[in-house]
Design a protein around this ligand. Structure first.
Ligand code: HEM
Length: 526
């Protein structure tokens, strides 16, 4: 029998009937309510006001870095061992113990510097952040594709990002600002060498490596720790682009990496990565020419072999980009029992920064969102704040006891399993950089390890961008390249000398622009 809309007692709603957020059926979604069909609008038009004011708030602040991203769900499966050893020898983290054990994951890949919707062909590190929903709660491994970073002290991060992001006046990214910062921060030269080579433009997200970059610790049942670095190796192989290849792709698509990830998962061609670790005994290691807590350095593979510990498969696309990829919140502080921090100064700074920005970007209760909430019981006495929509209460918990300790009930502290890792630390409180800086040694190794086409692309990319810079900056970068490797320095200075005589620069160095002069001087020049 068909429904009779004139009968007020008959429910005319179907499963797919449009409603507003209050659950009221929307009978007209085409016209706002007006006095006559040409007349002024009535302000009491709730459906319209709700719809338009929600739309007005559709965007949240984009990430201050890594704004452009793509994500996918999948699982991690452990091998139960690290190389030839049972993994328990080094860590008691439950997700790694039992061979074949699967842990759900959500991964977000990203570019770093430009905004959401910027091209995915840009020369930039790529983010590689993994959220493991373990039985002990969440573990986030927030990494990049490259294994090292530009700086080794967290206090330099905001300056570095300001220099790399678009100029505050022109809103255009400037090579000169980038190289100015790098020339004055020689620890960045190893990363500059990678970024200006084809390794600075991965072909897509599926065919790139990942790395935790910073040094963490693994802690075993006895509370003993080892230092650990994490690496992801793509089973699809690694593919990078020359600048020319990237420019060609960018001419036809600026979403190619997102498209590639989405399409391959959609057609059942699931990308996989193997997780490998490098381990080092906990300590300063004075025998090394670098500090194990310095994230501008690679750990040589011959001394610290890569040990395979598991694999990750991505097999499901997000159902909603905003709810999952945009609202997901990763942080280096999110560890589970058996995993710990090291004193790596970047790691310590990052660990404050992530949850701080997420309370601002997503909101106080960001951990209650399904993409961020652990897939296990949560019971806290934290309550209130914008957008709280549930209580983190234990079943049967006395609702009056929202504090701890109490003899009347409420939540109880957990029992510690395994000995706590309690490193002994002493020293004066100082503001100093580390001693073993070795800023250019590994950049030289990396240059020599490149194939000839990679070296050529590196030199031509550096020449193209450095030729737009103040010569004082060029000279400093050439000196760093010389320190790293004689051939590297020579090819770079020859390349720059050629551009100086043939073309001149297509971009005036900032130091020569009127904007750098005192305002009156700039005006006087007319
Ligand atoms: C994102 C800070 C270094 C990898 C972010 C965000 C901040 C931040 C504030 C935005 C987070 C959000 O809105 O959810 C810092 C600071 C650093 C630092 C202060 C240095 C002191 C690094 C390093 C890596 C890295 C060394 C690589 C290992 C990432 C990734 C994301 C990110 C992958 C995007 C996560 C996502 O997809 O949501 N970082 N970062 N960051 N950072 Fe860092």
């Amino acid at each position: 029998m068909s429904k009779d809309p004139s009968n007020p007692n008959e429910n005319t709603e179907q499963e797919n009937t449009l409603t507003n957020r209050q659950g009221h059926p929307v009978t007209n979604n085409q016209s706002i309510r007006t006095v006559g069909n040409r007349g002024p609008a009535a302000l009491e038009n709730y459906d319209f006001i709700e719809k338009i004011s929600h739309f007005d708030r559709e965007r949240i602040p984009e990430r201050v870095v890594h704004a452009r991203g793509a994500g996918a769900h999948g699982y991690f499966e452990t091998y139960g061992k690290a190389g030839d050893h049972p993994v328990a020898k080094y860590t008691r983290a439950k997700l790694f113990q039992e061979k074949g054990k699967q842990t759900p994951v959500f991964v977000r890949f990203s570019t770093v510097i430009h905004g959401n919707h910027s091209p995915e062909t840009l020369r930039d590190p790529r983010g590689f952040a993994v959220k493991f929903y373990t039985e002990d709660g969440n573990w986030d491994l927030v990494g990049n594709n490259l294994k090292i970073f530009f700086i080794r002290d967290a206090i330099k991060f905001p300056d570095m990002i300001h220099a790399f992001k678009p100029d505050p006046i022109t809103n255009i990214q400037s090579s000169e600002r980038f190289f100015d910062f790098c020339a004055c921060s020689p620890e960045s030269f190893h990363m500059v060498t990678f970024i200006y080579s084809p390794w600075g433009i991965p072909a897509n997200y599926r065919m790139m490596q990942g790395s935790g970059v910073n040094t963490y610790k693994w802690v075993n049942q006895e509370g003993e720790a080892v230092l650990v670095k994490y690496h992801w190796e793509p089973k699809q192989g690694i593919k990078n682009l020359t600048q020319q290849e990237a420019s060609e792709i960018q001419g036809t698509s600026f979403n190619h990496a997102t498209q590639d990830l989405h399409d391959s998962i959609e057609k059942g061609d699931y990308p996989e990565w193997e997780l490998l670790v490098q381990l080092m005994s906990d300590g300063d290691h004075p025998e090394l020419d670098f500090d194990p807590l310095d994230d501008t350095k690679l750990w040589p593979e011959d001394q610290f072999p890569w040990l395979a510990v598991g694999k990750m498969v991505l097999n499901k696309n997000p159902e909603d980009y905003f709810a999952e990829v945009e609202q997901v919140a990763f942080g280096t502080g999110v560890l589970v029992d058996g995993l710990d921090f090291s004193d790596d100064k970047m790691l310590q700074g990052r660990t404050f920064s992530y949850s701080d920005t997420q309370r601002h970007r997503v909101g106080t209760n960001y951990l209650q969102l399904p993409i961020n909430a652990p897939k296990k019981r949560v019971a806290t006495n934290q309550t209130g704040g914008q957008m709280q929509y549930k209580l983190d209460r234990a079943p049967g918990q006395n609702p009056h006891i929202n504090y701890e300790p109490s003899i009347l009930g409420g939540l109880q502290e957990a029992i510690q399993h395994g000995k706590e890792h309690t490193p002994f630390v002493e020293g004066n409180l100082v503001r100093e950089s580390i001693e073993r800086q070795s800023n250019t040694i590994q950049a030289g190794d990396t240059y020599r390890n490149f194939e000839e086409w990679e070296r050529q692309d590196l030199i031509s990319n550096l020449v193209a961008d450095l030729s737009t810079c103040d010569t004082r900056i060029q000279d400093k970068i050439i000196a760093l390249a010389h320190d790293a490797d004689e051939e590297y320095g020579r090819r770079l200075s020859e390349g720059l000398a050629t551009t100086a005589t043939t073309s001149g620069s297509n971009q005036k160095p900032l130091g020569n622009r009127d904007g750098d002069k005192a305002p009156q001087e700039a005006v006087d020049k007319g």
